[in-house]
Ligand binder design. Sequence first.
Ligand SMILES: Cc1ncc(COP(=O)(O)O)c(C=O)c1O
Length: 445
Amino acid sequence: MINKNELQHLQKALNILEEGFADLPEFTPEFEEDAVATVLSEVATRMQDNYPYYHPLYAGQMLKPPHPVARMAYALSLWINPNNHALDGGRASSAMEKECIVEIGRMFGWHKPLGHLTGGGTMANLEALWVAGKMQPGKRVIASEQAHYTHSRITDVLGIPFTAVPVDEYGRMDTGALESLLREGDVGTVVVTMGNTGLGSVDPLPEVLKLRQEYDFRIHADAAYGGYFGLAGNLDAVTTESYADLTNVDSIVIDPHKHGLQPYGCGCVLFKDAAVGSLYKHGSPYTYFSSAELHLGEISLECSRPGASAVALWATQRLLPLEENGEFAAALGRSIAAARLFHDKLSASEHFVPLMPPELDIVVYAVKAGDTHAASIKARELFTNAAEKGLHLALMELPTSLAANWLHDIEATTETVSCLRSVLMKPEHEDWCDRIVTLLEECVN
Ligand SMILES: Cc1ncc(COP(=O)(O)O)c(C=O)c1O
């Protein structure tokens, strides 16, 4: 059920907001209430055509409902509709964004990073690789074969050469293969993915840092998905070391609209060395007059951006500070625990075979069959059957060479194999694991 109590809190907050403008001569914007109500009912009906993302039986893609405080703060700020490009467009929300950045930076042990929010992970990575390209002109960008496809696309947009490096059986960047590429002498930036999109695997950052002692390159961490997991107290030892080393990279992307409980439209890019801000220098004949203080548009490629995103994030970080052992961290830990439990249950099943143990909260699993062709057909059928029973999963097409490390009794007859994939982003998934596996068993039968 949708919890509608939020609306009362929003109304109270709106009254407080209104007090700030009480000195103005009376003016109340009007709208045609009946017509609006009619359209809104139509919108509500149209919006029923969605998967139930907020419900634990949605165990498919990376989709997580925003925290109620984020949703309400976002909505509240729309009565102002601030624009975080220049201070002229949103003084309070710009200040809130700068405070959020300080706190996110602190999570990585960075005390004076340069950073700002973006429309999402793609825009944030674009900025990081744009800066990387300026710092290492003419040199290649390397990311793993399991890195988000955005890196090859972005480098294409930026005109930077790109090479994908193979992964090991855990889906992590193969550092032997990386070193072979580094020896070629033209690598300017290595992108490490802290929680890749498909498998949730975390690239071995300590080993990449060791290579940096010998070869000169920048390190950009795409932590769009996994950036917050360093707070969770239950990562395994290898993953913990990679997260501890995040403090030593040059730039980080983290998406509050993934695990940070935010509505969409909230990514974030951070640079350890604030001096890269000079690369953004541009003239604008229209803006930046209202204050000598930094306008966020002076250090970002996007111009207009929703101040609402900063307001929502600020409210969330205020309620749930980014600290180890806090409530926010505990919820991330529960997602990891859910994924481990799910993996164990699938391992014990006679119908499924899970791939690598989850490093974060993503589990990829095949349906048992004689060969990869039959396993792919079964996975696709199960995806559809499960949805009919209200259980929503995702599919992933994996190179058989990678999956075969885990699918011992399934003969490799195809180049790729379709597997099922569940991103267990909601802490409640831990309590729903039994029910999800029972439904899976029913569907496969
Ligand atoms: C690791 C990683 N990087 C980048 C992106 C792209 O982020 P966005 O969809 O917010 O543009 C994603 C999205 O899933 C991701 O998982």
